[in-house]
Design a protein around this ligand. Structure first.
Ligand SMILES: Nc1nc2c(ncn2[C@@H]2O[C@H](COP(=O)(O)OP(=O)(O)OP(=O)(O)O)[C@@H](O)[C@H]2O)c(=O)[nH]1
Ligand SMILES: [Mg+2]
Length: 412
């Protein structure tokens, strides 16, 4: 037979027959026939000083390519080999048999069960257990009020913990508890100003109503909340003087409220003004320029200007009630450098949902002090209470008397 056209016997070495087969298949796929196996010793250990048992497998490629695969030695002709050639599957079964491989019937059964369960899960649309209707209803009420999904999850977990299954049918009872829990999650900080002068700084994004709120605050602390109190001395300082219209706006408010207005451009200016008026004023309210929470540079500059020392300072972050939750959280984060721990929610009249406000405050661990509810100065300004926010919840059947027992009377 012509040497080049004759089938050539190749060999491969490995620790097991399976390893040898894998090496062959990596080069020839299924195009080979095993013709012989031989027990051999393989060098092992550091520098190959030791031997271990191994296998040398001889085979015939059924197509005529060879490869440079390093584990396979070059051909030797063996014409008798063809007669002993075997089908791959026969060879595989032989090897498995030799290694005592028997399919385990119990394992087979477990695999079948797992397979059928997998099929059931993927084919069943209603595999998740049905939620109790009370819980589903509470979930959708909270969603409608724009509470975040993590807040809703916490409420649902609490319902499951506190209401045994047989009590869940009482929707009103569950609803009352949920409204109470929402109330408990709102942290109110009462405005208690004991120092004289008390410095109040309002910061926040553009157009949220800072200047309008400064004017309302000035009126509130100048005239008192009931109108029968002794007048207090209030001064407004603005660092937003040169922007078009800003000066006129604050001056008009100052005149209307009969409150003096001073301008400051640097922390030095503010320091000087505070030192000058420290004995005359009860309250000094600072109005600031509005910056987008992404305007890090100007926010940082303003922080330097507002570096007020040696005075009692309360800084409030102003945010509009209709700001969406993710934006509120960004604003709260970016304005953190001002060291505020309480928030004024403005334009409360412009939204029907309070979930975003409740979630933003509770997620960031901040307090709420004031609400503003309209454009008119000095009206539409109030101290925030839990019950005020709770009565704004839409779709809930509010048991106001019960809530007032817990959170105090709501003055209309
Ligand atoms: N509906 C409603 N509008 C308000 C409220 N407070 C302020 N506004 C209006 O919001 C607009 C902006 O108010 P400003 O007080 O100028 O807001 P600002 O935060 O000082 O704005 P910048 O100084 O430009 O950052 C004005 O038209 C106000 O009348 C409120 O409580 N409700
Ligand atoms: Mg302003």
């Amino acid at each position: 037979m012509d040497r080049l056209s004759s089938p050539v016997k190749l060999s491969v070495k490995g620790e097991t027959e399976m390893e040898c087969l894998k090496k062959i298949q990596a080069v020839h796929g299924m195009n080979y026939q095993v013709v012989e196996t031989k027990d051999i010793k393989i060098k092992t250990g550091f520098l190959g000083l030791f031997y271990k048992n191994g296998i040398e497998l001889f085979y015939l490629p059924t197509r005529s390519q060879y490869s440079g695969f390093s584990g396979i030695s070059r051909p030797t002709v063996n014409s008798s080999a063809t007669s002993r050639s075997m089908d791959f599957n026969e060879e595989k079964n032989k090897i498995l048999e030799k290694n005592n491989y028997r399919p385990n019937p119990q394992m087979q059964e477990v695999l079948e069960t797992v397979k059928s369960l997998q099929q059931q899960i993927s084919s069943s649309k209603n595999f998740a257990p049905e939620e109790h209707p009370t819980i589903s209803k509470i979930e959708s009420l909270l969603e409608n009020n724009e509470f975040s999904s993590s807040y809703i999850r916490r409420i649902v977990d609490k319902i499951r913990k506190e209401f045994p299954l047989e009590t869940l049918d009482d929707f009103d009872a569950v609803q009352n508890s949920v409204v109470e829990w929402i109330g408990e999650s709102i942290s109110i900080k009462k405005p208690v100003y004991e120092s004289r002068p008390q410095v109040i700084i309002l910061v926040g994004p553009t157009g949220v109503g800072k200047t309008t709120t400064v004017a309302k605050l000035a009126a509130r602390y100048s005239f008192g909340s009931s109108g029968n109190e002794l007048r207090k001395n209030v001064r407004i300082i603005t660092i937003d003087w040169y922007r078009i219209g800003a000066r006129e706006q604050i001056e008009i408010y100052g005149e209307t409220m009969q409150v003096p207005v001073s301008k400051a451009e640097s922390s030095n200016d503010i320091g000087k003004l505070l030192d000058t008026y420290r004995n005359d004023e009860d309250y000094i309210i600072i109005d600031t320029a509005g910056y987008s929470p992404k305007d890090y540079e100007n926010i940082a500059k303003m922080k330097k200007v507002l570096d007020v020392r040696n005075y009692s300072v309360e800084t409030y972050l102003c945010m509009s009630a209709s700001t969406k939750l993710s934006d509120m959280k960004d604003i709260m984060q970016q304005y953190e450098i001002f060291g505020y721990d309480s928030v004024i929610i403005t334009k409360f009249d412009e939204t029907s949902y309070v979930g975003n406000v409740v979630c933003a405050l509770s997620d960031r661990g901040k307090n709420l002090t004031y609400l503003t509810t309209g454009q008119k100065v000095p009206n539409y300004f109030e101290e925030a209470t839990q019950i005020r926010l709770l009565t704004e919840l839409s779709g809930f059947n509010i048991d106001r008397k019960n809530l007032e027992k817990k959170f105090g009377i709501l003055t209309d």
